[in-house]
Design a protein around this ligand. Structure first.
Ligand code: NAG
Ligand code: NAG
Ligand code: NAG
Length: 315
């Protein structure tokens, strides 16, 4: 959940030389229906940090803190888990009530997750789009489990053909969500996963996925309202890595910027729809916030920190 302190501070300190993007002011509030979906998917993301959901299969998703009521009201089953001290951790679950297949990875909680964040290289991914470069750490993290996860999702989608595939993540886990979508689309002909609605991705406080060409690709390939990238007030994580001209780190569009204060349930009028790659009308234009662990990062449509031991915060 909480990434490496050194990483975030190093990236924020670079912002003094960052070039500001043109200010775009257009933004509007969201519907109450969309607010509920954001709340639901933030709960799914939060639960991927809870041991009981990632150590066993066959059981319902649960939380011990009374903060996942929407998920607990549904008929869910964990069908696969990833659990590793040195790699990706998360779950694949079914939500029979809403007919969803969910793949969810937790955010940064371990030292090795922190190393993934710290891996700041950009890897060319010409197989996805011309000129695109991805965050090297995310890409390596995803490719490490891509074949296993792809096979499991293939089985799940065969068994539940009417269910909608949905990818969810917070923080580092949110960065990964985009790779899943892209990777599966490239493998669509192999797995027939292109038949599925994969463009249903919910991220909370995700860092930048790669360069501007990649942000353009993600922005342009999506159907209307298909990638739900939430940010919260001054959360520093979506702002990193800083967009230096020669590296060109970028966030895709659109953004759903939550302006409700930490600890207070967001209302629809406090969630702003912001358009434009690297738009500064949302989180990117908010005040610098150097606190770490960062309370704005740990709270979105509820408390996303309930199960995360912020190991890295003490380092
Ligand atoms: C889940 O597995 C991890 C790693 O094996 C272990 O550290 C943790 O104690 C387990 N938690 C539960 C609730 O079984
Ligand atoms: C949950 O859904 C599964 C699959 O449709 C069904 O077999 C099971 O009976 C349901 N459980 C509850 C408690 O409704
Ligand atoms: C979120 O939950 C954690 C763990 O229970 C708690 O320490 C923290 O204070 C909570 N945050 C807020 C804003 O309520």
């Amino acid at each position: 959940m909480f990434g490496s302190l050194t990483y975030v501070l190093a990236m924020l300190s670079l912002s003094i030389v960052a070039i500001a993007s043109p200010i775009q002011l257009a933004r509007r509030a969201i519907s109450t229906e969309l607010l509920e979906r954001f709340t639901l998917f933030s709960q799914f993301a939060t639960l991927s940090a809870c041991d009981q959901n990632i150590n066993h299969t066959g059981q319902r998703l649960t939380c011990d803190y009374g903060t996942c009521g929407l998920v607990e009201a549904d008929n869910t089953t964990v069908i696969n888990t990833f659990h590793s001290d040195h790699g990706p951790t998360g779950y694949i679950a079914l939500d029979h009530t809403r007919e969803l297949i969910l793949i969810t990875f937790r955010g940064t909680v371990s030292k090795s997750d922190g190393n993934t964040d710290l891996d700041l290289g950009l890897t060319p991914i010409g197989e996805v789009c011309t000129g695109c470069k991805a965050h090297h750490g995310f890409w390596a993290y995803w490719t490490a489990i891509a074949s296993q996860a792809t096979a499991q999702l293939h089985d799940a989608t065969s068994a539940y053909p009417g269910y909608r595939l949905t990818v969810v993540g917070h923080s580092l886990g949110g960065g990964l969500r985009r790779w899943q979508g892209l990777s599966f689309e490239r493998k669509g002909s192999v797995w027939t996963l292109s038949q599925l609605t994969f463009k249903n991705q919910w991220t909370f406080g995700a860092p930048k996925p790669g360069n501007k060409k990649l942000a353009e690709f993600i922005t342009n390939q999506q159907l209307p309202n298909s990638i739900y990238r939430a940010t919260h007030t001054t959360d520093p994580v979506p702002k990193v890595p800083i967009n230096l001209p020669f590296l060109d780190w970028s966030q895709p569009s659109p953004e759903y910027w939550v302006t409700q204060e930490t600890g207070v349930q967001a209302t629809a009028d406090r969630v702003h729809y912001v358009e434009g790659i690297n738009s500064r009308a949302g989180n990117a234009g908010s005040d610098r916030d150097l606190r770490w662990p960062n309370p704005e990062h740990g709270w979105y449509f509820g408390n996303m920190s309930v199960c995360a031991a912020p190991i890295d915060a003490s380092s």
